[in-house]
Design a protein around this ligand. Structure first.
Ligand code: BJW
Length: 253
């Protein structure tokens, strides 16, 4: 069923009154930029690959070359991708109200679209560290010219790994703390493009809801947030977010 103007208008009217907004995003917001989601039947990454053989420390230790090459192919797609109208609408909302983007994505597309306050819960495709984690904050320039897979840390010789959060690993403490703080403090939370089942990230929309924020969920398919959201705006982020934000700005957000 097409998403009604009435539903967009209702959600936009609430957004127009907001004092502080959190946008909680997942892989779906970047799908229209050509980046795969994880759990969609048939097309998500985990439909093609076993996450336990790719997104765990144990997998990396067992076959570092395989895992490194898989990440390198994904990072190539990420580098070539451009922000889509959904990312840009989120950035435009800052013209009217303070917005913190809490993203599970590692692609940096919110920042490239112009969002200025972005909390990355699951790391970043632009950062690397050595396996021992003694040397962090490395960039590609630190191992440029190496043809090893994976390259070696220039400082300790250990294997380099992507600075992303694998299953069973703790999220960056400062990022999860900030995410929980802004979730508690916001009065509107917009979730977009996430199944909302990966913890502790999934606590962010739940906490916002429990502390009284209005929750707007943007997703073409039902997710774990739609059940408690005030509005489930059913559709792709690249179509729904520009409509929602344009209407909220018209209403004087
Ligand atoms: C669209 C769209 C369009 C489509 N527009 N929308 C209970 C049981 C078993 C395990 C656990 C448990 N509770 C907790 C755990 C552990 C685990 C977990 O949550 N597992 C669950 C899956 C059950 N969590 C962890 O292991 C976390 N760490 C942890 O708990 O540590 C404990 C600890 C504490 C202290 C010390 C030590 C340890 C870490 C989780 C890390 C997740 N990592 C990944 C990979 C990141 C790196 C990489 O990119 O490779 O993060 S997994 C993957 O899932 C990735 C994502 O960020 C994350 C969330 O996925 P997301 O974004 O929701 O994507 P999808 O694909 O699921 O959904 C896409 C959505 O978009 C769909 O809804 C579509 O409909 C929609 N969509 N097109 C808008 N155009």
């Amino acid at each position: 069923m097409p998403l009604s103007e009435r539903k967009i208008d209702e959600a936009a009217a609430r957004l127009a009154q907001a004092r502080r907004v959190v946008v909680f995003s997942g892989a779906g917001v970047s799908k229209e930029s050509g980046i795969s989601t994880f759990r969609e039947p048939g097309e998500g990454l985990w439909a093609k690959y076993d996450p336990m053989k790719l997104a765990t420390r144990e997998a990396y230790e067992a076959d570092p070359a395989f895992v490194w090459r898989w990440y390198e192919s994904r990072f190539g797609l990420i580098e070539a991708a451009e922000p889509n109208p959904g990312h840009r609408a989120v950035a435009e909302l800052e013209q009217a109200v303070p917005v913190t983007v809490v993203t599970q994505n590692i692609d940096g597309l919110h920042q490239r679209a112009g969002s200025t306050d972005v909390v990355e819960l699951h790391g970043s495709a632009r950062r690397f560290k050595c396996l021992s984690e003694r040397h962090t904050g490395l960039t590609r320039a630190d191992f440029a010219g190496s043809d090893e897979a994976p390259p070696r840390c220039p400082r300790c010789g250990d294997m380099i790994r992507p600075d992303v959060v694998w299953f069973g690993e703790a999220l960056p403490a400062d990022a999860i703390q900030r995410a929980l703080d802004v979730a508690t403090d916001c009065d509107v939370l917009i979730a977009v493009g996430t199944t909302g089942i990966v913890y502790p990230a999934a606590m962010v929309p739940a906490i916002a809801y429990q502390t009284g924020a209005a929750v707007i969920d943007v997703n073409p398919d039902e997710d774990a947030i739609a059940g408690f959201a005030d509005w489930w705006l059913r559709g792709p982020g690249g179509e729904v977010l520009p409509r929602l934000v344009a209407r909220a700005l018209e209403l004087g957000a």
